[in-house]
Design a protein around this ligand. Sequence first.
Ligand code: NAP
Length: 271
Amino acid sequence: MFTSIAERAVVVTGGTRGIGKGIASVFARNGAKVLITGRDSDVARAAAEELSVGGAEVSFIQADVSSREDCRRMAANAIGRMGGIDVLCANAGVFPDGRLADMTEEMLDEVLGTNLKGTVFSVQACLPELKRSGRGRVILTSSITGPITGYPGWTGYGASKAGQLGFMRTAAIELAPSRITVNAILPGNIITEGLAALGEEYAARMAVSIPLRRLGSVDDIGYAALFLATEEAGYITGQTIVIDGGQVLPETLEAIAPEVGPEVGRAEAAG
Ligand code: NAP
């Protein structure tokens, strides 16, 4: 149904594990050339090898998105390996826990430096190649936390994730004449390696507040990124897609309690 993105050149920052690795995997499985990045080169190498199984074209470069110089090196490497950049998935992120009362300047610098400045640096570095592509796509990994919801300990994180959306809306306008679209995915609770290690009971407890009663998979996020990268999504820019199993919808937990629903209402009316 959708135009193939085979052979497109895709950069996924933070593509060495978790959601980014899932995004990279979906693009690779659909025939794209993919470059993944992360700070730990051993993890990056192992991920690239794993994602290349079956003949997919996945390479890696060690790069820290909070460094403008590293982002430039990343873009140059992408040109060298893939011949250009059609899609940038600016996904690298950290989520340090820190209550407002205790948050140090260093903690704030880390989370804003990676999540917000890192997004800006990555896009800036890839911009010339995205323009050259003629159908450039920027896909940000934001979060429901910050733009829509809050959670104790995540004031800095929430600010960084909401900040990405402020960046996106003006970037979308500035880059539209170059036929580059800029959109953001807002994941809810997604099962990554770290979360899976906490066990099924933990995941089940978290799933209670989600109408679809399960946590998301990294593929759930990857498929949305793939769609936003297609020709058919070329008229969508400056927009957000929430992928959370409906987590932000209920006004209270009671709204999704099994005993609440039309049946209860009907029974009450009848009684
Ligand atoms: P993760 O499993 O910890 O993976 C984070 C990735 O980012 C790794 O590849 C990591 O590699 C890389 N990274 C971190 N800091 C970096 C830096 N300064 N420069 C370059 N790479 C860096 O995290 P995740 O859960 O997949 O999260 C990925 C994105 O999704 C983040 O932006 C996060 O805010 C967002 N998100 C996640 C969830 C969720 O439920 N998991 C929900 C909402 C939003 P290195 O450590 O080797 O650098």
